[in-house]
Design a protein around this ligand. Structure first.
Ligand code: ADP
Ligand code: MG
Length: 340
């Protein structure tokens, strides 16, 4: 048994079919400057987002920059407080008196960010960075050092060579391996990877992706994999959630989202992507311009100002989610009419 395995993972409470995480109506509006008269303006970064993450899956989250992916991630770890909405982790309500405490949530859920350097304390050796969290959780220094060595080995870095080094003595890829190791130090059940491989060179990125796949299998992990890179998400995700301006546009199995994208936004997003497979290229026009400002989002469907199919109803009311079958759900009036 390795040192890491002596740190027991948190038990599976509700069995394999209970979602690991359920998110309901999550909302976060950031106050912004301006608006001397009238209501204070807010950026509707996340605006009523609901989804579930099954045990053992990788949920990919895609969408243009600024659509609320990182804010959603920070809300899931409660690094920022939601304005409203609820989180349920393996059946336990998060942050309620009788539910799961934030301390326990933050042991079960860990996050890896894009910037490998900013995430590590430059004054701590890799050993101390990795041993820190286990020691906070009552593991002796000696055992925590053993865990640190075990973790480094798991992420493909030789402990004898790397434990004593400082972050600036590592390459970007090596630092990101250390960040992944650190995220695993408390045996989390869910790891949120927010553009975690986006800053790496393509060859290093592929190696780190393979490492993530292998670690998931070894440690029974569940991933939320956030990326603007549609090819990477295609490779790693089981299901994909598409966000647009703080809302869920579409969610479904990876084959459905990539093979039969239903939301005009998803189609436009994919048409900008160079597919290896000519059959998979969509015929939709690529997206024009930047997304509108989340301070004053369009009424009704938020995508309507860039949508080639928009009609009057799209400005009047927000589309309700339409179930296309097989877990493929889209929020678009075109489909509402077709499935009415
Ligand atoms: N702390 C903050 N204060 C004000 N606005 C914010 C803050 N954090 C994010 N935003 C805004 O919320 C929106 C969503 O941002 P973000 O979640 O970072 O998007 P993404 O990760 O998809 O690029 C953006 O318009 C961003 O400017
Ligand atoms: Mg982001």
């Amino acid at each position: 048994m390795t040192a890491l395995h002596r740190l027991d993972p948190v038990a599976d409470v509700g069995g394999p079919h209970q979602p690991l995480l359920e998110v309901r109506d999550l909302t976060k509006h950031f106050p912004v400057r301006g608006g001397l008269i009238g209501p204070k303006p807010v950026a509707r970064a996340v605006d009523g987002v609901s989804f579930a993450v099954a045990k053992g899956e990788t949920l990919g989250v895609v969408g243009e920059s600024g659509c609320g992916k990182s804010t959603t991630a920070r809300l899931l770890m409660r690094l920022i407080e939601p304005d409203s909405g609820s989180l349920t982790f393996d059946g336990e309500a998060v942050g309620t008196r009788l539910g799961l405490s934030l301390r326990d949530l933050r042991r079960r859920v860990q996050m890896v960010f894009q910037d490998s350097y900013a995430s590590l304390n430059p004054r701590l050796t890799i050993a101390d960075s990795l041993a820190f969290a286990p020691m906070v959780h009552g593991v002796s220094r000696r055992d925590a050092m053993e865990v640190a060595g075990d973790l480094l080995g798991r992420v493909g870095l030789d402990p004898t060579s790397f434990l004593g080094r400082y972050p600036h003595e590592l390459s970007g890829g090596q630092r990101q391996r250390v960040n992944i190791a650190r995220a695993l130090a408390l045996r989390p059940r869910l790891v949120i990877l927010d553009e975690a491989v986006s800053a790496l060179d393509k060859s290093v990125e592929a190696q780190v992706l393979n490492l993530l796949v292998e670690l998931k299998r070894q440690l029974d992990l569940t991933y939320i994999f956030i990326s603007h890179d549609l090819n990477v998400v295609h490779y790693i995700a089981d299901r994909v959630l598409v966000m647009y301006l703080g809302k869920v546009a579409e969610v479904g199995p990876v084959e459905a989202i990539y093979g039969r994208p239903a939301h005009p936004y998803t189609r436009a997003l994919f048409s900008a992507r160079l597919s290896m497979d000519p059959d998979a290229r969509t015929s939709a026009a690529p997206l024009q311009g930047d997304p509108p400002n989340p301070i004053n989002p369009p009424s009704g469907c938020r995508f309507r100002t860039r949508c080639p199919h928009a009609t009057a109803v799209c400005a009047e009311r927000e589309p309700a989610p339409v179930d296309l079958g097989g877990g493929h759900v889209v929020a678009c009036h075109l489909h509402e009419a077709a499935h009415a």
